[in-house]
Every structure is written in C-alpha cells, then in structure tokens.
Ligand binder design. Sequence first.
Ligand code: CDP
Length: 251
Amino acid sequence: MTEIKKELLYTGKAKNVYKIENDDEVLIKFRDDITALDGGKKDTLSKKGAYNALISAKFFKILEEEGILTQYVKLVNEDEMISKSLDMIPLEVICRNIATGSLLRKYPFHKNQELQPPVLQFDYKNDVYHDPMLNDSIIIALKIATEEQLAEIRRITLKINEILSNFLKERGLILVDFKIEFGFDKEGNIVLGDEISPDTTRLWDAETYENFDKDIFRKGEEGVVDAYHVVVNLVLTDEEKEKWNVEKLDL
Ligand code: CDP
C-alpha cells in the first residue's frame, strides 16, 4: 500500500477525486460502490473498485501507446490512480458498435444490429437535467464545445473505438458500446479523462454474447464482480496480474 498525502476535492457515484501535492495532478480512488438507473439502484461490492482501476489503467496505457492523449499518469495502488488534472467537458460521449438497450426501445434498429459506421451520441453530463441527449447546435449554443472541438472529439472517439475494439476482439470480447469523457489540459488539448471500465462499457463474449459488464447489475443478476474479474484476467499480462496480486482465473 502506497500512502499518498491527499485532500478530498469531490465525490462522484463510484470515485473520489483528491488534491495531491502536485497541482497538475489529482488522485482518483475507484470505490466499491456501484449504481445504476440514474442512482436508483445501489450496492457496494468488494474488489469492484480495484478491478475497474486496473482495467481503466490498462486501456489508457494502450491508448497512450497509440498516440491518444489521456489523463492517466500511473496506478499507485490497485484502486488508486494518479491522473493529470483536467478542466472536464460536461459531455458523455457514447459510441455504439451494436444496437442494444435504449437504441432498440427508441428507434427501429433490429436486435444486435451491427452499426457501421459506429453511432456516436452526446449526452449532457448534468444530474439536475438527467443527462439529456444533445445535438451539435445545442452543444455550441450552451458553449460546451465549439464546432471544431466537437469534430476533434468525434475523431478521437472513433480512434479509441478502433484501438480498444481490436484489443478486446483478440481476447474474445466484443466492445458493444462505451461512454467516455474528455477535458482540456493546461495547454488546451482535448484529453481523454475519467475511466473506461466494465462500468462504462458493454462487453460481450464474442461467441455467446454473454455480458461481462454493469448490465449484469442493471438486470439485477448475481456475479457482476466475478465478470469484472474475468475481464481483468483477459486484459492484463501475467506480469501485471502478479504485480497487483490479481488471482488468476482458468478461462
Ligand atoms: O444503451 P442504453 O441507451 O440503454 O444505455 P446508455 O446509458 O446510453 O449506455 C450506453 C453505454 O454507455 C453503455 O456501455 C453504458 O455503460 C455507458 N454509459 C455510462 O457509462 N454512463 C452513463 N452515464 C451513460 C452510459
């Protein structure tokens, strides 16, 4: 356990953000809390925070290697990450490769329809307004981002989708959809922030289409943390599993 001097800045639904000595960075603690249905469903599940931090750190490292700017600096403990501090853009950028969930309820897509090109969606990250879907005009009128910044966000999101979809496909998982968030760094660059984990993605077994993500919890089924453990085992190298004492699974 590495102890870092920290001061709580704010508490989210599943993570705490702390100020640390270096003003350009923050410490993000991934808690074991899990919520769904706009906060209507809650639980605390041992190891969930650590698994999400380990998976997020791995994805961010892969993306950095491919030239994507991310907030990630390093993991200091299994559930604590040091990240560059960003001025966050209040958008939930959702990218979908397969039609499922609300897309089937709201539009005439057929179940599991492949979406090529992927469907991009922007939701307003705002609890008071319950995260409504936005379009470019509203985003620009609210001064959330400019037209050029939106084009850049779209470009980076599609690149992230390509990199992670390929990485997961090689490990037998389909990246069905995911939500990401961006912020501005000190130089004004658009940088990937927050997390990418089974809390914020839909991951399906490529053969059986079984869920390995938060949908298990949303549906009220058992075994959500076991599923996240499977994902950790699929994405981390043996060396990384040893370093963080992740119990190996026979898959
Ligand atoms: O697909 P559907 O509209 O039913 O649900 P969604 O909430 O729009 O989810 C699409 C994808 O974004 C899923 O992988 C969610 O896990 C993720 N998401 C998220 O992580 N956080 C949100 N606030 C909204 C979506």
